[in-house]
Design a protein around this ligand. Structure first.
Ligand SMILES: [Zn+2]
Ligand SMILES: [Zn+2]
Length: 199
């Protein structure tokens, strides 16, 4: 085979391989129902199983898709080969009314692992910050929490009372959820209500 032909062949295989590795395998766009699409993928952090392909994300920014424009998306440039269906949790204490002590609101929750994968290196992260009063932290799970095991976590939020007016109550909500170490959301959304701002 001539050198030129060989070079062409190499290029063909390289391109083919690149195209294959840019496919979001087994992912369906929630809007256009395209399966195994390539290009960018957008995951809503707040809805369950809401994925958009690049084309539909453009429609979304123009408000042409029925979906809350305020929701936060994760953008995935390159497909991640993890099976998100293997991750799941049930959370005890997911709807809590919190009071503030020493400028902090603390929620104690228990995360039950109901999925097949260990929760090690997964993290809890805030997805809604509720105005500017709360600063969220990421909470990384450092140890192995296997299926049917549980872990207790404290979510500590700093609350700046100076920005809160007298009589402001129940307006502050902080929502959290679990993410895989690759940054994909899974499991239930944890809503925390900050109630007692003026005491
Ligand atoms: Zn689409
Ligand atoms: Zn959403």
């Amino acid at each position: 085979m001539s050198e030129k032909k060989l070079e062409k062949e190499r290029e063909f295989f390289k391109k083919n391989k690149e195209e294959k590795s840019s496919i979001h395998k087994n992912i369906i766009c929630t809007n256009c129902f395209k399966k195994n699409f390539s290009g960018k993928r957008y995951i809503c952090c707040e809805c369950d199983n809401f994925n958009l392909c690049g084309d539909c994300e453009e429609l979304h920014t123009k408000n042409l898709i029925e979906h809350n424009l305020n929701h936060i998306f994760i953008k995935i440039n390159k497909p991640i080969n993890i099976d998100i269906n293997k991750y799941d949790t049930v959370i005890k204490g997911k709807n809590q009314n919190l009071t503030i002590k020493n400028n902090q609101a603390i929620a104690n929750i228990t995360i039950f692992n109901t999925g097949e994968e260990s929760l090690k290196d997964c993290f809890l992260s805030q997805i809604i910050f509720g105005r500017k009063v709360l600063t969220g932290k990421k909470i990384k799970i450092e140890e192995d929490v296997n299926q049917n095991e549980k872990i207790d976590c404290s979510i500590v939020m700093d609350v700046n009372k100076e920005t809160v007016k007298e009589g402001d109550t129940k307006e502050y909500i902080s929502e959290w959820r679990m993410f895989t170490k690759e940054g994909l959301p899974f499991g239930e959304i944890i809503s925390l209500y900050i109630n007692d701002l003026t005491k």
